[in-house]
Write a protein that binds this ligand. Sequence first.
Ligand code: ADP
Ligand code: MG
Length: 252
Amino acid sequence: MTTGAAPFLTVREITMDFGGIRALDGMGLELSQGEVKCIIGPNGCGKSTLFNVISGDLYPTSGQVLFNGDAITGLSPQKICRNGIARKFQIPSVFDDLTVAENIEIAMTSAAKHYAPFSLMRGGPDRSRYGPVLAETRLLEFGDKPAAELPHGIRQQLEIALLVVTDAQLLLLDEPTAGMTEDETDAIVHMIQDVRDRLGVAVLVIEHDMGFVRKLGSPLIVMMEGAVLREGDYAAISEDARIRQAYLGEID
Ligand code: ADP
Ligand code: MG
């Protein structure tokens, strides 16, 4: 064995059966600290199920998920979240009646409580870390607006910000740009890159929009029938005839 730090995230040989349906069939992947990877694949190939297994919302039929060297398979979603893996619906989601600033404040405060009683000494997440990231979004401009009044794209930025300010090390984003305009999509691309570059946060993002995938410029994992069909960068994947066929010409 070589020495060195344990891999950040390892998904190993995961199988997930729902009755007679095998949603995941030997799925595996690796992600390094601060790395962004995009998962693509046709509808029903198991992408969301994979996230459910990583987040602890589903217990797999077989296989293991390792995070920072520890097996997390079988831990509750709350424990996995506290370990630093953040998925949208696991944190208190957006409070519509509260402003953007209040929502962010509450997310930070609730994250601080997770460290109790040490939070008294630590003071919870280091708030100053997040200023530069928030400043790159349009969230400051909307700071005193109630969340209910936000345009769709800004609301998605808020949801991602609420994950980030809990001191998450890994974000799981399932189709974060669904229903967005091109400008809104570009803002999400920028936000993911900024969270990675400034905070060293890793992101796994499931996305259907190939324009988004190309702009993000991250390594791709192509799934098919519950397993990895191929990994590579956008250029390599977009030239693969099998993948082009599966996407029915959606790749330009
Ligand atoms: P994707 O996100 O790639 O579109 P999913 O992971 O949602 O695919 O689904 C993979 C397969 O598992 C599909 O056939 C889907 O119908 C099935 N499936 C997903 N969740 C459940 C569930 N809770 N119960 C039964 N079948 C499910
Ligand atoms: Mg899905």
